[in-house]
Design a protein around this ligand. Structure first.
Ligand code: ADP
Ligand code: MG
Ligand code: ZN
Length: 486
């Protein structure tokens, strides 16, 4: 970032709630996978209510309220026991009623926060509000005409609005990941990013460094990948600084991110922005929530990412960084818990954490899947950790085994036996190899004997090469030294 400027970032996240039915009718909210492809699937999960027929009335789904309360409690928000729905009026073909039922002045949750961790340390990000609303349908544009699919109309969402508290794309990314972890741990969101279960509008502005008056913001709409949000923000910050530095003014507008070109593009300026003419939804009575119900929900909350992270640090002695990665998704956290359980506790937790945050995370990130979607099971990692600890496998050998687990899912012991990857700790087997290496390198041997200690590494490397990386490195150093000097 330019040294004379600082950026201000606020995020609005739309999170699709994992309820069985829609927010105001009994249609299915989650289309089963076998129905989600092909023409048959279109407008299948609809009824007169979510299709917006005149004369129909919405009936609130209690599960939506429960999930919104869970989100509020998990983000330390105040739960407004009295809250109400509002109409947000606008015209679009995928919105048959001509309005979206949302919340405006009195949302269900307000004034929460979430801690984030970046290289610079920990920071607290404010959450201004969380409100419930219905999703719209989807326009499908064809050559010369458009079709409307209302399967998504009436699917429940919560919108989570942060304070303008973030200063870098890294902080924005950390906030999104932390929030994603919260809603997926709670189980209130399926968390499928590709399907838009968790999507983000990023508000970005810049101002002179040290200023307290925010600059004019641009809003980048609907980005559904963490990486793309970060890239879009970086692009937008640089663009706005350039505008200001060349004497121009940033205009308040809505922009869209083009991930192929890695740029943001203007969609509409504030002058064209709509006036939503919000008013209280007359078809729904104000919502009054029983405090005892909130308390019951609070006492049944599962262990949340932050608590789990604290536990991994204090009970297992892991670093904050490792604990952060391991609790980043529910799937990974459960996987790691299971590995530690199989290993029988904290003694080998550190090497287990290294495997999961290192090689395992690299593999699943490259494949773009979650750990439970891969062939790697907690038993595999526990076996690898144990075999390396017992010096049956070298760390190089263990990595080879993991690569084969990844593709085959076979048991570790089966792979080790089949591929002959067992580490050679047998002195009798290593001795002739060491002898040969020394004989082939008389000059280096003489230099070593004359005091050039560094050459030990050279000999160990040569023996490793001869044994295909299977020699036990700890043992090998000792053996080579003994042979050279003795
Ligand atoms: P709207 O609904 O019209 O987008 P909100 O007041 O709800 O307006 O604000 C949306 C988001 O914009 C919030 O996350 C807020 O923190 C953020 N925000 C507000 N002002 C700025 C600013 N100057 N720069 C960056 N973000 C901002
Ligand atoms: Mg907005
Ligand atoms: Zn319906």
């Amino acid at each position: 970032m330019h040294p004379e400027f600082e950026a201000v970032i606020g995020l609005e996240v739309h999170c699709q709630l994992a309820t069985e039915s829609k927010i105001f009718c009994s249609c299915r909210a989650r289309v089963p996978a076998e129905q989600s492809v092909g023409e048959m699937a279109v407008n299948l999960n609809t009824c007169p209510v979510c299709a917006g027929h005149p004369g129909t009335l919405p009936v609130l789904n209690q599960k939506v309220v429960e999930y919104a309360i869970q989100a509020g409690l998990a983000t330390h928000s105040k739960i407004n026991l009295k809250n109400r729905f509002a109409r947000k009026n606008y015209f679009y073909p995928d919105l048959p009623k001509g309005y979206q039922i949302s919340q405006f002045e009195l949302p269900i949750c307000e004034n929460g926060w979430l801690n984030i961790e970046t290289d610079a340390g920990q920071r607290r990000i404010q959450i201004q509000r969380i409100h419930m609303e219905e999703d719209a349908g989807k326009n499908v544009h064809m050559a010369g005409f458009s079709l409307v699919n209302l399967n998504r109309a009436g699917v429940p969402l919560i919108e989570i609005v942060s304070g303008p508290d973030m200063k870098t794309s890294e902080e924005a990314g950390a906030y999104l990941r932390a929030l994603y972890a919260v809603v997926t741990y709670l189980g209130i969101c399926d968390g499928n990013l590709q399907e838009g279960n968790f999507r983000c509008d990023a508000n970005v502005s810049v101002m002179p460094k040290g200023s307290t008056r925010f600059g004019t913001r641009a809003e980048i709409k609907n980005v559904n990948s963490f990486r793309f949000v970060e890239k879009a923000i970086d692009y937008e910050i640089a663009r706005q600084i350039e505008v200001v530095r060349s004497g121009g003014r940033v205009i308040q507008e809505t922009r869209t991110y083009d991930s192929d070109k890695d740029i943001t593009i203007s969609m509409r300026s504030k002058e064209e922005a709509q006036d939503y003419r919000y008013f209280t939804e007359p078809d729904l009575i104000p919502l009054e929530i029983d405090e005892a119900w909130v308390q019951k929900i609070a006492s049944n909350l599962p262990e949340l990412p932050e608590q789990k992270k604290t536990r991994l640090i204090s009970d297992l002695g892991l670093s904050p960084y490792d604990a952060g990665v391991l609790t980043g998704t529910k799937s990974l956290a459960e996987f790691f818990d299971r590995v530690v359980q199989i290993l029988g506790g904290s003694a080998l937790a550190k090497p287990a954490a290294n495997w999961v945050t290192g090689e395992v995370s690299r593999l699943i990130n490259e494949a773009g899947i979650e750990i439970h979607q891969s062939k790697i099971r907690p038993e595999h990692i526990a076996d690898l950790v144990r075999l390396v600890h017992d010096q049956v496998l070298s760390s190089t050998g263990a990595k080879q085994v993991l690569a084969l687990v990844w593709t085959s899912g076979d048991a570790v012991q089966v792979i080790v036996d089949r591929e002959g990857l067992k580490q050679v700790s047998d002195v009798g087997a290593l001795d002739p190899v060491i002898q040969k290496v020394i004989e082939n390198n008389p000059k280096q041997a003489a230099e070593f004997r004359a005091g050039k200690d560094k050459l030990l590494g050279f000999f160990v490397g040569q023996v490793m090469k001869e044994t295909g990386g299977k020699a036990n490195p700890g043992l090998l150093g000792e053996l080579v030294k003994k042979k050279l000097l003795g």
